[in-house]
Design a binder for this molecule. Structure first.
Ligand code: ZN
Length: 371
């Protein structure tokens, strides 16, 4: 046994060294950027872009999500391997043969886990220490009043009303335009805000999108393949906003609210009405959620009454969609259905309404710290 263990360490010393040292180095990197956020900011600005420029460019031309196909392939091999192990246990000859492969299986698993941890560290964890989008575009989120929140809600409803009042109906964007328009929207925003400038790979629709809905996901940034994956099964107005959100992660903005706010900015600066509609509708969902908890049922209903009919139908479609996927939580359905918090309506004072809403309030100069 001792000899076998010694030869295992000798034969696989470099692999063992890699799988043992990688997590230690990752933890040291995460600790360093948490302690010195300036290093995190430098990393996000100068080192992280290497990944979208290499891996992102490599996988971008493929019409499918490499992460999705990779996930199915790995799952398939794991199932096959487990079956072989299970069957081998009951046959003496096969069991002996299997034992010969155990060291290789152990080392492959260890190296695989370390590589996954390394990729997550380099593509996600370190970027949590970078400056947020607020600092990068010079806005200061802070406390806001109930009236500020109502004003923001009415402003977004007004934007939707103007978009809806055009001569042509706002129709769904086809897949090719959706991918081009979202990339274009992010590139246009990059011209205004330098931290968003750079290469954007093609967004990828997930084949088993309906499975994503079952786990309440509209999009997924893959830190292993640097891809922006999106759920193609959801209601149309959700898609452009979701793709821009995932593309924002690809520029190193890993915090959800930062990515959401960037997605709103990208959509609202876009030429296409569908894009602007998507951004505003999704932003409105966040604001309605905050407002519902901060207003009386009558006041909330009065504001809901001002939403144009098409938008209400879309909000309902979205609500129905998520209700069809049991166990999922729809942001809109929460806003429309939950009423118990209304009893605690607050009219006065200033407070935070959640990071995404705070960013929107600051952007429109609707908080106490705005000039
Ligand atoms: Zn996200």
């Amino acid at each position: 046994m001792y000899i076998k263990l010694t030869s295992f360490f000798k034969n696989y010393k470099y692999f063992l060294l890699y799988s043992a040292l990688t997590p230690v180095i990752c933890m040291a990197l995460i600790y360093t950027v948490r302690k010195y956020p300036r290093i995190g900011q430098l990393y996000a600005s100068y080192i992280f872009p290497i990944f979208p420029n290499t891996l992102g460019r490599l996988f971008s031309p493929l019409p499918f999500s490499v992460m999705e196909i990779g996930l199915y392939t790995i799952s398939f091999f794991i199932i096959i391997a487990l079956l072989i192990i299970l069957l081998s246990i009951f046959h003496k000859k096969a069991r002996k043969k299997l034992l010969l492969y155990v060291p290789r299986m152990v080392i492959t698993t260890l190296c695989f886990c370390s590589t996954i941890f390394l990729m997550i560290t380099l593509s996600c964890s370190i970027n949590y220490s970078r400056d947020g989008i607020a600092k990068d575009i010079n806005i200061v989120p802070g406390m806001a009043s109930h009236d500020n929140l109502v004003d923001l809600c009415l402003l977004l409803i007004n934007d939707i009303t103007s978009l809806d009042s055009g001569s042509t109906e706002i129709k769904a964007i086809n897949t090719a335009s959706l991918q081009n328009d979202t990339k274009q929207a992010m590139m246009t925003l990059g011209k205004k805000y330098p931290s968003l400038k750079g290469y954007y790979p093609n967004p990828k629709p997930v084949i088993m999108s309906s499975w994503m809905s079952d786990i309440d996901l509209t999009g997924l940034f893959s830190p292993y393949t640097i891809e922006a994956n999106y759920n193609n099964d959801v209601v149309d107005y959700i898609k452009p906003y979701t793709i821009c959100h995932e593309l924002a992660h690809l520029r190193g903005y890993i915090c959800e609210d930062d990515a959401g706010f960037i997605a709103y900015l990208a959509c609202s600066h876009a030429n296409s009405r569908q894009m602007r509609y998507s951004g505003t509708m999704n932003a409105l969902s966040f604001v309605l959620n905050a407002l519902q908890e901060d207003s009386s049922p009558e006041e909330f209903q009065q504001i809901l009454n001002q939403i144009p009919e098409k938008a209400l139908i879309d909000l309902e479609k979205n609500q129905d969609y998520w209700q069809g996927h049991e166990g999922t939580i729809s942001r809109i359905s929460e806003a429309a259905n939950d009423t118990y918090l209304k009893a605690n309506a607050q009219a006065g004072g200033t407070k935070s309404y959640g990071r995404m809403v705070d960013l929107l309030l600051a952007y429109y100069g609707l908080n106490s710290q705005s000039v």
